[in-house]
Design a protein around this ligand. Structure first.
Ligand code: FES
Length: 140
């Protein structure tokens, strides 16, 4: 990949992250219906430096898919659909070592995505993730 393409993809991912942040409160409080994402194949989400150790970062892939990438310990990245399995809200992110949904209080394990508290009974959808140099790629 050329440097200019990498920079462009990184900018697109960053813009998606920023756009998500700008409208996150509305999305978090509004359940959405799940459907297949328009995007498919390998997708560059962003850079590993965007995901804090012990935390998580949401990346908007398209209108139907937001991905939460967690880093439970240095270099251990996991990717999940950010759509809560209870009623379809977009989870807030990682809070106190748990993935938190602000709609009705569900909590998920940031390592496995399993539901650990609240009304959700099913795990968050796992997404195949690969780290290439400092880039985070998913396959959907
Ligand atoms: S939609 Fe997440 S707890 Fe209800």
């Amino acid at each position: 990949m050329s440097l200019s393409r990498r920079a462009a993809l990184g900018s697109m991912a960053a813009a998606g992250t920023l756009a998500l942040g700008a409208c996150s409160s509305a999305r978090e409080s509004t359940p959405i219906t799940s459907s297949e994402p328009a995007a498919s194949g390998e997708i560059l989400l962003g850079l590993t430096s965007e995901v804090p150790v012990g935390g998580g970062t949401k990346f908007a892939v398209d209108k139907t898919l937001t991905v939460l990438v967690t880093q439970t310990k240095a270099g251990n990245f996991k990717a999940f659909s950010a759509t809560c399995t209870h009623a379809g809200c977009i989870v807030n992110g990682v809070e106190n070592n748990e993935i938190a949904c602000g709609c009705h209080g569900a909590r998920f394990d940031p390592e496995s995505g399993m539901a650990i508290a609240g009304p959700a009974k099913s795990a968050l959808g796992k997404i195949s993730l690969e780290i290439r140099d400092e880039e985070i790629w998913i396959t959907i």
